[in-house]
Design a protein around this ligand. Structure first.
Ligand SMILES: [Zn+2]
Length: 486
C-alpha cells in the first residue's frame, strides 16, 4: 500500500489490514515451510483457523536457538525457506488463485513463482555466536526491503534532493544493503564507501566533501570517528543535515557528541536519528525527523510487531514494556513466525499518532535494551559475575572527557587458570587531565555492572584508534576477550 495513505489509516483499519494479511500468510504461505509444517503438525495447529490477531498470538514462538545448526540438522535455518511444489500449491492455494496462475501459461507462471520464491540474495546475522545464520531473499523480498528502506528515508525526512554517503561496512549485512537499496528505490544519490576497512576515514571525509553530502548513514562509532577526523583537519560540513545511525546501539551521549561536533563544523539543525532493524526482519525502521527519541515508525502492512512478557510470553498491552516479537506479513524465502528478538522495549508499541509528524502507523519506543538472559550474546561472565557489555558501554560513554575506549578481558599474568581481569583503555580529548578518572570510572562501573576494572590505562588517541582497528576492521573492537576459550 502507498505509504502516504498507510500513514493516515486509523488503528481499526490497520488492524483489519494486518488480520487479512495474517490469514493469507498462514493459509497460503506458511504451509510451504518445512519447519512450520512440522511444528504445526506436532502442536496440532490448523493455520486456517487463525482469524484474528488474538488467535495468532496463541501460536508458538520461534527464537534464535531454533535457527542455530545442530549436529542432526547442520542447515537448519534453510527449513524456514518457503518452497512450494505443485502438490503443496494444489493443497493450499484457493482454486481461484491457482487458476489465475495457470491462466498465465506455463512459462509465465514459472517466472512468477520464481520471482516470488527463488532465493537470490542473502544477508547474515552478525552475533557474537559462532554460527552466522543466512537469511535469504527472493526477488520479491528484495523489493519489500527496497520499499521498507525507502520509507525509512522518508520517515527521516530525506528527499531525492539529498546526497547520501553510506558509511556502513561493505558486507552481506542488512544495514549496508538497506541503505543502498533504499537509495535505488527513491532515486536519491547514495554513495557507498564500504566503511573504514575499505576506504579509511581520510578518503571518506574527502568524499563527503567532494559530493557535498547532506546525509550520512553508518555505525555510530565510525561515523563519529570520521567527523572527528574532519574537524581535526579543519574541514567544514555545513551541508550535512541528517545523520542516520544503525547496526549498533546509539548511546545518548554519542548522539549528543555527534550533533555538537557537526555544530562546530558549521552544520545547523542537524538531526541525528537512530534506526532499529535485525537480519531476521530483513527490514529496518527509523525515528522520524523532529521526533528524536519519539519511537520507530512501523510498517504495519509489511510486518506485525508484538510486545510480550519476556518471562511468560503473554501479550503486553499498548505502551507496556516487553520483548519485541516479529512476524513478516509479506515474507517469502526465509520466513519466521512470532520471532523472539531478545530485545526488550521500554515503552512498547503505541498507536497514537506521532506528535512530530502526525503519521498514524504504530510506533515502537526508541528505548531498546537486551534481554537479561544467560544465552544473551551481549553478556559475558567476568570474575563469576554476568556482565552486560551494553551496560559497560553506557558507563564509558557517559564520561564526557573520554574520547574513545576499549575493554580487554584477560587472565591475570597471562596464566590460563588465573583470575579474570578487566583492563580499560581510554583516550581523552584535548586538554583533559585524567588524574581522578580511574577512581570515578571504578565507582561508576561497580554501581552499574557490579564489576570494576583492575587496571585503567590512558593511551594517546592514535594508539587507541589503532587498537580499536577503526580503519582496519569491519567493526571497531570495543571488547576484546583474550581469555582462553572454554
Ligand atoms: Zn513521526
Amino acid at each position: 500500500m502507498d505509504w502516504l495513505r498507510l500513514s493516515r489509516l486509523s488503528p481499526r483499519e490497520i488492524r483489519g489490514l494486518q488480520e487479512a494479511k495474517l490469514r493469507r500468510l498462514l493459509s497460503e504461505q506458511i504451509p510451504f515451510s518445512k519447519n512450520y509444517r512440522t511444528v504445526f503438525e506436532r502442536e496440532r495447529i490448523d493455520p486456517r483457523k487463525v482469524k484474528t490477531i488474538e488467535d495468532f498470538r496463541k501460536l508458538p514462538f520461534t527464537s534464535k536457538k531454533d535457527l542455530i545448526p545442530t549436529d542432526d540438522n547442520p542447515e537448519r535455518s534453510l527449513d524456514y525457506i518457503l518452497r512450494p511444489d505443485p502438490k503443496l500449491l494444489r493443497e493450499h492455494w484457493p482454486r481461484m488463485r491457482l487458476l489465475g496462475l495457470l491462466a498465465r501459461g506455463r512459462a509465465r507462471a514459472l517466472a512468477h513463482l520464481e520471482r516470488e520464491y527463488r532465493p537470490m540474495f542473502a544477508t547474515f546475522t552478525t552475533g557474537r555466536s559462532a554460527a552466522s545464520i543466512p537469511f535469504l531473499y527472493s526477488k520479491r523480498d528484495v523489493e519489500v526491503l527496497q520499499t521498507a528502506a525507502a520509507r525509512l528515508l522518508a520517515v527521516h525526512g530525506l528527499t531525492r534532493e539529498d546526497r547520501i554517503v553510506n558509511l556502513f561496512p561493505y558486507a552481506p549485512h542488512l544495514a549496508f544493503w538497506a541503505t543502498a537499496l533504499g537509495g535505488l528505490e527513491t532515486g536519491s544519490f547514495v554513495l557507498g564507501t564500504g566503511g573504514g576497512r575499505v576506504m579509511g576515514s581520510t578518503a571518506t571525509v574527502r568524499l563527503i566533501q567532494k559530493f557535498k553530502a547532506s546525509g550520512l548513514v553508518g555505525v555510530p562509532g565510525f561515523v563519529y570517528h570520521c567527523l572527528r577526523r574532519a574537524r581535526e583537519t579543519g574541514v567544514a560540513f555545513p551541508q550535512v543535515r541528517t545523520v542516520i545511525l544503525g547496526a549498533e546501539k546509539l548511546p545518548d551521549a554519542l548522539r549528543k557528541r555527534i550533533r555538537e561536533t557537526l555544530g562546530e563544523m558549521g552544520s545547523k539543525d542537524v538531526a541525528v536519528i537512530g534506526t532499529y532493524g535485525f537480519t531476521e526482519a530483513r527490514m529496518a525502521w527509523g525515528e522520524c525527523r523532529g521526533g528524536e527519541g519519539g519511537g520507530y515508525h512501523l510498517y504495519p502492512d509489511l510486518a506485525l510487531l508484538e510486545i510480550v512478557d519476556p518471562e511468560t510470553g503473554e501479550p503486553r498491552g499498548p505502551g507496556e514494556d516487553g520483548e519485541i516479537v516479529f512476524t513478516p506479513l509479506e515474507g517469502r524465502a526465509s520466513t519466521v513466525l512470532r520471532y523472539r528478538t531478545g530485545d526488550i522495549s521500554k515503552g512498547g508499541i503505541v498507536e497514537e499518532p506521532c506528535p512530530a509528524c502526525g503519521r498514524t502507523v504504530p510506533r515502537l519506543s526508541s528505548a531498546i535494551g537486551r534481554r537479561s538472559n544467560v544465552a544473551d550474546l551481549r553478556l559475558v561472565k567476568v570474575k563469576g559475575t554476568l556482565v552486560s557489555l551494553d551496560a559497560v558501554a553506557a558507563v564509558l560513554g557517559s564520561f564526557q572527557e573520554v574520547e574513545e575506549w576499549q575493554v580487554e578481558l584477560r587472565r591475570a599474568n597471562g596464566d590460563q587458570y588465573g583470575l579474570d581481569e578487566i583492563v580499560v583503555y581510554a583516550a581523552f580529548g584535548n586538554g583533559t587531565r585524567p588524574e581522578a578518572f580511574a577512581a570515578r570510572l571504578r565507582e561508576a562501573m561497580r554501581e552499574a555492572c557490579e564489576v570494576a576494572p583492575n587496571r585503567v590505562e590512558i593511551l594517546p588517541l592514535p594508539v587507541l584508534l589503532e587498537k580499536l582497528g577503526m580503519e582496519t576492521e569491519m567493526k571497531e573492537k570495543r571488547f576484546v576477550d583474550l581469555r582462553p576459550k572454554e
